[in-house]
Design a protein around this ligand. Structure first.
Ligand code: SF4
Length: 161
């Protein structure tokens, strides 16, 4: 998997102590993006998924996994492997994406839907500079939503936290 980096013990990418994976490569190119170095799909570092999973499981104090970017759904297969390992280890899974929940849930791409199925919370939507806010926890712009994925999938409608 191509990654921009990983962070152990993050406290800014969701609740509790988190292991965060920043996927390398993003097709959205939002104006004002805070991580422009993650846009190039050929940048970053190539790492074996097994290596990332081992790093994630090393710290027994970790509460959850956050997949961020870049765009995690651009590498949905690799991210799904990491998310599945996290769920098996009892970690909660948050995913940041520039796509909307509706786009991912309705995608013909089975890989995207599989990754979505491992998420507890999806922070969705592109970063919109005109909607920028510091008031919404865990989000950068007002259009982005904190979505309870399990409830949304079972009820067939977006359920925000
Ligand atoms: S989706 Fe996220 S990483 Fe991609 S350009 Fe937008 S803000 Fe940046």
């Amino acid at each position: 998997m191509r990654v921009a980096g990983t962070v152990q013990e993050s406290i800014v990418d969701g609740p509790g102590l988190r292991f965060t994976v920043f996927a390398q490569g993003c097709p959205h190119r939002c104006e004002g993006c805070h991580n422009p170095q993650t846009h190039d799909a050929h940048g970053g570092t190539e790492r074996p998924v097994s290596d990332i999973i081992s790093e994630m499981l090393k710290n027994p104090l970790t509460d959850g996994l956050t997949l961020s970017g870049g765009e995690p759904f651009a590498q949905a297969g690799d991210c799904a492997e990491i998310a599945e390992a996290a769920k098996k280890a009892g970690l909660n899974v948050w995913i940041y994406t520039g796509y909307t929940f509706e786009e991912l849930a309705g995608a013909g791409d089975g890989g995207a839907r599989r990754l979505l199925g491992f998420a507890d919370v999806l922070v969705d939507g592109r970063f919109i500079l005109a909607e920028r806010t510091l008031e919404y926890p865990w989000r950068g712009s007002r259009n982005q939503r904190l979505i309870d994925v399990r409830r949304s999938l079972s009820e067939g409608r977006v359920a925000e936290l």
